[in-house]
Each structure stands twice: as C-alpha cells, then as structure tokens.
Design a protein around this ligand. Structure first.
Ligand SMILES: [Zn+2]
Length: 267
C-alpha cells in the first residue's frame, strides 16, 4: 500500500502544484508587461502634434543648452530642409523639423519630441559625403514618421503623459516628460524600428537626389567600428541594416550615381 492513500486534504501543496502556481504567476506578469508595452506603443499614435510641441517646450531647451548656433548647424538645417520637402504632406503638417548641432565628439544622432534632430560633431566628422549624411538625417526623419521619438521616452513615461493629457491634467505633463529625457539619449531601438527608419531615409534620399549613392556608407563604416560608439547602442545591427538597404535598392531599382563631397562648412 502506498503512502498517498493517507494524504490529507489540508496537506501543503507539493512541488508540482507550486510549479504550476509559479507558472501562472510568471505568465500573468509577462502578460501585464506585454500589455503595458502594447498600450505604450499604440498610444504614441494618438499623441497629437500639439501635445508633442508641449513636450518639446520642456525637452528641447535641455539639449539646446549644449547646442551651438554655428555655420555647421545652418548647413545641417539646409540639408534637412531638402529632405523635409520630400515628406508626404501629412507628415509635414504642423511640423518644423530642425537640427540641433552639439559640438561634442559623441558619435550619435537622435530624434527628440519637439521636432528636433540632435546631431553630435563626432558623427558629422565620420561622414565622408553629403549623401551619407543625408541618409542619416533621413533615417532620423523616419524615426519621427514611426513615432520612435516618443517611444524612446520610455513606456511608463509615454503612458503617464497620455493619461495626463486625456484626463486634462496638463500641468503635470512637463515634469513627466523631463523624467524621460535620460532615456531619450540611451534609447535602444529594435531592428525592425531601425529597418523602418532606414526605409523612410532611403526613399527620401532617392527623392532628393534622384539616386541613392551613399545610402549604406555610414552604416557600413559604423559596422567596422568598436562597439563602444553611442550610435551603435542607439541604432543597432548596422551590418544587417546595410544588407537590408541593399536589397531594398535592388527591389526598387534605384540608381546609384555620383556622391557629393561634404559641404565645407561642416567640421
Ligand atoms: Zn535609428
């Protein structure tokens, strides 16, 4: 006769039951995390340009204090204007994209709420043609088109901003937004976010020049760099991206013509 016959109903749960409970709890937790992620990534599409401008009012000055009005910044803005003119009308409406050029050796570029693209001198110095720099700018415009600039504030911050906005608690939005500034500079995008931004960049490059020379140059160079470059942390998997861009160029039958040198006003 086995001992199980004497089991009482009030016996503590055995290992198997504990494992099941643990599994249910883990599943529930993963579900909640997934749900918050899904809400945050869907809610960014509901944030209107007017709210973005409000976020910009508190976020942009933080970066502006490090930027320097300069010939280089003006040139980068002229380049950006040429790409912006190629955006579909619905992406240009109520927008005024501008570059903030920060004269630091950091190799990075980022899109932030308030229609600003932050470009560090370290990135410009590593570019070798106007075309590849245009591709980087176009890629950042792609992050705006896909609303990644809002997602990079962090899920919790995005959800809090949206709640404050929809319940009319406008006064707290500024301080919530500031709490997301740190994650803006450290945002790590997924490969699919990067691919989508590349696609926008490539399309804009083709429209601006009538060909796509230089489209992969910057990312190809980055893929051969040491891993501690900020650009690689925020924009991962450059080698894979180069391949994907090349495939897209083939599929769309884009021409590859002469590249232009960098404008002399750039460092
Ligand atoms: Zn990117």
């Amino acid at each position: 006769m086995s001992s199980t016959n004497y089991k009482s109903r009030n016996q503590p749960p055995n290992n198997r039951q504990l494992l099941i409970l643990l599994g249910i709890f883990a599943g529930f937790t993963i579900g909640i995390i997934w749900l918050i992620g899904w809400i945050a990534s869907s809610i960014v599409w509901l944030i209107p340009p007017s709210l973005e401008q409000q976020l910009g009012l508190v976020i942009v000055p933080i970066f502006e204090s490090q930027a320097k009005p300069s010939a280089a910044q003006n040139t980068l803005n002229e380049l950006l204007d040429r790409l912006e003119a190629q955006l579909p009308p619905q992406q240009r409406q109520n927008r005024d994209y501008k570059v903030l050029y920060i004269p630091e050796d950091t190799v990075n570029a980022l899109a932030i709420p308030g229609d600003r693209i932050i470009i560090y001198a370290g990135l410009v110095k590593r570019a070798q043609s106007e075309n590849e720099l245009m591709m980087v700018l176009g890629h950042e415009l792609g992050h705006f088109a896909n609303r990644d600039h809002l997602r990079s504030l962090g899920r919790a911050v995005v959800v809090q901003i949206a709640i404050a906005y929809f319940v009319g608690d406008i006064g707290t939005i500024g301080s919530i937004a500031v709490s997301g500034v740190e994650s803006l500079s450290n945002a790590q995008f997924s490969q699919s976010q990067e691919s989508q931004a590349d696609e926008v960049g490539l399309t804009l490059l083709q429209q601006a020049y009538g060909h796509v020379a230089g489209a992969t140059d910057f990312f190809a160079r980055m893929s051969k760099q040491a891993l501690d470059i900020d650009f690689l942390a925020t924009h991962p998997a450059p080698a894979r991206r180069v391949k994907e861009i090349q495939q897209l160029i083939k599929q769309r039958n884009y021409k590859v013509d002469q590249k232009l040198p960098l404008p002399p006003t750039l460092p």
